[in-house]
Design a binder for this molecule. Sequence first.
Ligand code: SPD
Length: 290
Amino acid sequence: MSTPPDPERTPGWVDEIYAGVRYGLAGRVIAEQQSPYQRVTIIDSERYGKGLLLDGCWMTAERQERHYHEAIVHPALCGAAAIERVLVIGGGDGGTARECLRHPGVRQLDLVEIDGLVVSWSQQYLPSIGGSAWSDPRCQLSVGDGIAWVRAAAAASYDVVIVDGSDPAGPAEGLFNRAFYEDCRRILRPGGVFATQSESPEAFRQVHLDTVRLLRDVFGHADPLYGWVPMYPSGWWSWTFAASDGRRYLAPQPERAAAVAAGCEIWSPRWQRGGFEAVPAFVERALLAG
Ligand code: SPD
């Protein structure tokens, strides 16, 4: 089903409008459809190439996606005790799976995305983002509900769980609550690491703080990493890593880091150190206050 044109759109621009601010790219919509879950939009932009929005919110773009995907993956994959079995919830554009599969130690990656249209349009319009993940025999794609997947998964069945969802509204809302995080903790093996995108400390301050606090409560250890995704609200973004048996995501294992670092545009052990240190003062105060 195609959707009516958005009356807030400015000709020649594609914007996410959030809290009175526009985050936009010069470009045009090339495909748009209402899926059973959300409005899926593919655009072509001058600066960042083709990109994807869900319900009018930026998700990814060809020439900018590495800020996000390298940041959500490598602290977890370089820090976990083992990385044989990885679960990615969401991530239907394939970028998170692609970065995970650059680690030779990954034997099986389950990618569970709720919206089949996001997967098929990402494969069709944004093939460089998923890259070789789509044909990698280690990658097993399931189109379905990630929350139900995690609930049904056996205890201690994954080494790493990564939640690459959208903002906490619509289909991603249930990816930000205690019951879901408790299931994620249950399915991690000893030494396992959990990672999630945790919104902007500026544009989504309360969601960001609540997410870090809740993850600390559920896992025992959780730390936000700060970086940039230029087209997201405020451009200032965060990913939070959690583990039950220590903050092992802080220190990349040198062999694993060496296997991927040269192929990264943004991530490096040094960048990661800085990103974990760059906790804004107001976040530090709020987290200390409990
Ligand atoms: N506000 C946007 C949050 C989106 C996080 N997920 C992006 C998907 C990229 N694989």
